[in-house]
Design a protein around this ligand. Structure first.
Ligand code: ADP
Ligand code: MG
Length: 330
């Protein structure tokens, strides 16, 4: 659901700074930009652009918000009427015809599973359930529950048929969860809408999944600063981006603590447990979907494996903040 209304709309005249995990360090350009904010996919969303008339900018941003809202309706597992909910209900027992969009994002997700050797895996849904990330009440499940859930985890349990655009789960308990990729995907779609409306410079930020289109007012690029989650006044590093995306996966926003131990909402699909060892992974890439999926994958893989994996992928930048405080930039 999106809570967006006119009162949130305002024209930025000076430097804009986001108060989310990621700061956007804009120059104080002369161009005025239009910015709208809202709540979407359970997080904060902000879209801004400049360089066109105010009316054109508002129309483009409104259309981009509508597009994200549409994407949310397809992939929201908490909405019983969404396509993902329907598939989770049925595909364990029968073949289900799906939309081209659902087919494509599932295929992309399986691709990221393959290259990350199963670290990224949308079939983690049963693990999210037993660890209490679907309910409000977080719990540590017993070993049997983990073993049992693991039987339904594994991207190889998803059978896609490109001819008839259908999906079938090879095991009854399989359910899919697009939480690790859908926000990035939605950001790319919103960016495409802006471009189709003639916008050359703007920014789409959905909970730290950002596409930086063109450059910031008066600058050659967008400067995106990654905040230190342990000390919000400090930046870990900043990235200069033009027509590129950035995404951060971390254990500092969605997690629970029991007995002084932190349990993150990112699961290791191989062990069935929340990942440990890393506080956050930031990835810059040519699309927000890629940055989103890869940041989740590298978070799961951990420092050593994650870095080797990052080196195997062309054109990305990676920043890892470890639980021991170490900072790695690749
Ligand atoms: P955020 O949702 O905070 O942006 P991520 O992009 O890393 O963070 O996505 C985490 C979400 O992805 C989880 O809430 C869950 O829905 C899903 N998820 C958890 N573990 C995995 C995994 N190993 N592979 C793919 N998706 C995952
Ligand atoms: Mg992700």
């Amino acid at each position: 659901m999106i809570f967006k209304s006119r009162p949130y709309l305002f024209v930025l005249k000076g430097c804009g700074i986001f108060y989310f995990l990621i700061f956007v360090l804009t120059g104080c350009g002369r161009d005025s930009s239009v910015k709208e904010t809202g709540i979407l996919m359970d997080t904060f969303c902000e879209i801004s652009c400049y360089g066109v008339s105010k009316d054109k900018a508002i129309a483009a941003i409104d259309a981009a918000f509508k597009e994200m809202e549409r994407v949310e309706k397809v992939f929201n597992k908490f909405d019983e009427d969404s396509e993902v909910s329907k598939i989770n209900r049925l595909a364990g027992s029968e073949k289900v015809i799906i939309s081209k969009e659902f087919f494509n994002l599932t295929e992309e997700s399986i691709y990221y599973s393959g290259i990350s050797e199963g670290a990224f895996d949308i079939t983690v849904a049963p693990l999210m359930e037993i660890w209490g990330f679907v309910r409000k009440h977080k719990v540590i499940p017993d070993k049997d529950a983990v073993e049992n859930a693991l039987k339904s985890v594994g991207y190889k349990n998803i059978a896609l048929d490109p001819e008839e655009l259908s999906i079938r789960f090879l095991n009854k308990g399989v359910k899919v969860d697009f939480g690790g990729i859908a926000k990035g995907y939605a950001v790319d779609r919103a960016k495409d809408v802006l471009v189709s409306k003639g916008i050359k410079n703007g920014l789409v930020n959905l909970g730290g999944n950002i596409f930086a289109l063109g450059s910031a007012p008066g600058r050659k690029s967008w400067k995106i600063g990654v905040q230190d989650p342990r000390n919000k006044g400090r930046l870990l590093r900043s990235f200069e981006l033009t027509d590129r995306a950035i995404s951060t996966s971390g254990n500092y926003e969605r997690f629970f603590e029991i007995g002084g131990k932190r349990y993150s909402h990112i699961m290791n699909p191989l062990t069935g447990e929340p990942c440990q060892g890393i506080i956050s992974v930031t990835v810059a890439a040519d699309s927000a979907e890629k940055a989103d999926a890869l940041s989740t994958a590298i978070f799961v893989m951990g420092e050593e494996k994650g870095l080797n994996f990052a080196r195997s992928i062309k054109g990305i930048k990676v920043l890892i903040l470890k639980e021991d405080g170490g900072l790695i930039l690749y």
